[in-house]
Unconditional design. Structure first.
Length: 488
């Protein structure tokens, strides 16, 4: 047996709570990446629409929250680039490292470059770096589990706990810094958090063994020229549409949603026609389509925590806690509290149930229905006038968001790695994040229709549409399960 094989065997044989030891490293890097991302995005909307006297840039409120939604969508759009780099150039493991480095640079730009220049540079860098890191960290975790391994759902749920520890701590710290010393200190804290995560990743890199080091579909020398031409055309196209006014800050969420939707269609067409995809793998890709649609619907509501609920928190929630007024940006941490409390329970539940657990499409259906019902629960809160909605009631409602999230999101990550064609593992994960990106950018589009004077209509219509979408997924569950070909 070779030295490489021995090392790989010893690494993969070591476990923590019954899971591969590499989970610990990926848990940590994702925790700090989400600390930086959610810490930054929780105060970004306020920075964009607060007046200059309050430290902001003074945009219209609808434009500011729309940009937050569009930016979130662009982060997930950039996962395709990160996945392509992993599959064709660097492999997943090195792409995670370089992605984290770019994220640090983006947060530093937000912290030290004033005005719209800092926002433009910082958000572009963070979007590109996060896109590279997110798709590949999840896919890299998937390689630690064989296909059909019953531990995978539990492992991804624990991974999700790391995400939400970061999502909880980040907004708490940046919110306090925003209120007491200024926005740029909050952005600086996000940079420091990602730097800690990157350092930890490098120190414990060996725990991953050789997983993710290979380049599954290397770019040939003849293809470099074509790739360079495509990149050049893309850069020119972006410059033209921006300078000609076809894309503006106001319509950015709509354009982003349309672009990602087009990307999903193109990606599915490529996967379904590729000769590198076997008939069984092609069937699995078809089965993923209804799940991708359900995922987009779910996140179009859930991600309104950073758009509609940012405004709602600032204008409607009473943040007085035992005589102290907490930062309104802390609404972003509430969901994470629930995830931290509930995700270990769900991890144990899925591991214990094993093959007796509800099928993946049924979990998706329940998740979409659940988030729709949670939106409907905001309707009774409209009886409170002004900034008087008790934060405890909002805390309870967001618990419904999280139960729905745990039924869908970590399960979606796990099943995507299982359904992925062998030659397109990272890029299949990018496709999953594309659907999440559609939902995220839609949260910015929908936010422009929110009005405190018409809350019942807003929350009622969006909630009801989601419930109907969930029922449709439930009806399609037998067809989806049939075409998943051996994946539960």
């Amino acid at each position: 047996m070779s030295e490489t094989t021995t090392t790989e065997s010893s690494v993969t044989g070591r476990t923590v709570f019954g899971h591969p030891i590499g989970l610990v490293n990926l848990f940590g890097v994702e925790l700090w990446e989400r600390f930086s991302y959610y810490g930054m995005v929780s105060i970004l909307g306020f920075y964009l629409y607060y007046s200059a006297t309050d430290g902001g840039l003074g945009l219209a409120k609808s434009t500011g929250v729309g940009i937050v939604g569009a930016y979130g969508g662009l982060v997930y759009l950039s996962t395709v680039l990160g996945a392509w780099i992993a599959d064709r150039l660097l492999g997943m493991e090195r792409t995670v490292f370089y992605g984290g480095t770019v994220v640090v640079a983006g947060h530093i730009a937000l912290a030290i470059v004033p005005g719209f220049g800092g926002v433009a540079i910082g958000l572009v860098l963070v979007a590109l770096g996060s896109g590279a890191l997110k798709a590949n960290a999840s896919s890299l975790l998937g390689t630690l589990y064989p296909k059909g391994d019953a531990r995978a759902d539990g492992g991804f749920t624990l991974f999700y706990l790391g995400i939400n520890l970061g999502a909880f701590i980040g907004p708490l710290l940046t919110g306090l810094l925003k209120d007491h010393v200024g926005f740029h200190y909050g952005f600086g804290a996000a940079a420091i958090g990602m730097a800690i995560g990157l350092t930890q990743y490098v120190v414990f890199r060996r725990n991953l063994g050789t997983h993710g080091r290979e380049v599954p579909n290397p770019l040939s020398r003849d293809e470099f020229g074509k790739v360079a031409a495509v990149v050049a055309v893309a850069v020119v196209a972006v410059a033209v549409v921006w300078t000609t006014g076809l894309v503006t800050l106001e319509n950015l969420p709509d354009v982003t949603t349309g672009a990602i939707t087009a990307g999903v269609i193109i990606y599915l067409w490529v996967l379904l026609r590729s000769p590198k995809v076997t008939p069984i793998e092609r069937s699995r890709v078809r089965a993923a389509i209804p799940l991708l649609v359900a995922n987009a619907v779910f996140w179009s509501l859930y991600q309104q925590i950073f758009t509609v609920l940012t405004v709602y928190s600032d204008e409607r929630i009473d943040w007085n806690i035992f005589g102290w007024n907490a930062p309104s940006s802390w609404v972003s941490s509430i969901a994470a509290v629930w995830v931290i409390g509930l995700s270990p329970i769900f991890a144990i539940l899925w591991t214990k149930l094993g093959s007796r657990a509800p099928s993946t499409p049924h979990k998706f259906a329940l998740g979409v229905i659940g988030v729709g019902v949670s939106f409907l629960l905001f309707m009774p809160l409209s009886t409170f006038s002004g900034r008087t909605v008790p934060v405890l009631l909002v805390f309870v409602v967001l618990g419904g968001f999280v139960i729905s999230e745990l039924l869908l999101s970590p399960i979606g990550l796990a099943v995507t790695t299982q359904l992925a064609p062998e030659a397109f593992r990272a890029q299949m994960m990018a496709l999953y994040f594309f659907s999440l990106g559609i939902g995220t950018s839609m949260s910015g589009t929908l936010a422009r229709f929110y009005d405190a004077d018409h809350e019942i209509a807003y929350f009622g219509i969006t909630g009801a549409v989601a419930v109907c979408a969930g029922l449709a997924v439930a009806a399609l569950s037998p067809w989806v399960s049939k075409h998943m070909e051996g994946v539960h």
